[in-house]
Design a protein around this ligand. Structure first.
Ligand code: IMP
Ligand code: MG
Length: 186
């Protein structure tokens, strides 16, 4: 794995620090909206988009001192190879019990915006009490669809990255930093 890595863009310590800050921000916003987190936060549902967001959501939720539930959603970008998504398809079911809940959708990266646009609309149809979108990474200027995200960890240059959950062709999700791949590895 390590020999395929070209350049580290964001080392693990910087990711950890930023995820701590994001957790604090999310907690503060929820508290403002719901009141003391111990009393009212049972209505908070985190919806990670599989598979890329699993490392991020695992770290983020452990920063949050409140009762919350997790409901996964799986999408596939096609056509298969991983560099550019040409569209998204929901795989399996969307969580069906989001009416009246405070929903926070988590994804690894906002690129074209298609994934979050589709998932956001589908969830909105269920009439949640609120809906927020949270991503670890964003490539500014890449979005084809104007999606309003509430929380962004890092803006990164328009390069294909792996690690901390992000994959190339299914691999490198366990690499602990955000990094680019050598051309020979792609
Ligand atoms: P969007 O639908 O184009 O916004 O793309 C979002 C999805 O594409 C993410 O959830 C990732 O799975 C994938 N993706 C986009 N850019 C990258 C990248 O640089 N590395 C790995 N996956 C990426
Ligand atoms: Mg992905």
């Amino acid at each position: 794995m390590h020999r395929d890595i070209e350049k580290i863009l964001i080392p693990p310590e910087r990711i950890a620090e930023r995820v701590r800050q994001m957790g604090a921000q999310v907690a503060q916003d929820l508290e403002r909206e719901l009141g003391p987190l111990d009393d009212t936060a049972e209505h908070v549902v985190f919806v990670p988009i599989l598979t890329g967001s699993i490392v991020f959501v695992a770290d983020l939720i452990r920063q949050l001192p409140l009762k919350l539930s997790l409901e996964m959603v799986a999408v596939s970008s096609y056509p298969g190879k991983s560099i550019e998504s040409k569209g998204v398809a929901l795989r399996g079911q969307l969580p069906a019990n989001l009416r009246g809940k405070h929903v926070i959708v988590i994804d690894d990266i906002l690129d074209s915006g298609q994934t979050l646009d589709v998932i956001g609309r589908l969830i909105q149809e269920q009439c949640p009490a609120s809906l927020r979108l949270c991503v670890l990474l964003r490539k500014p200027g890449k979005a084809k669809i104007d999606v309003k995200v509430d929380y962004v960890g890092f803006d990164i240059p328009d390069e294909f990255v792996v690690g901390y959950g992000l994959d190339y062709d299914g691999f490198y999700r366990n690499y602990p930093a955000i990094a680019t791949l050598r051309a020979e590895a792609r």
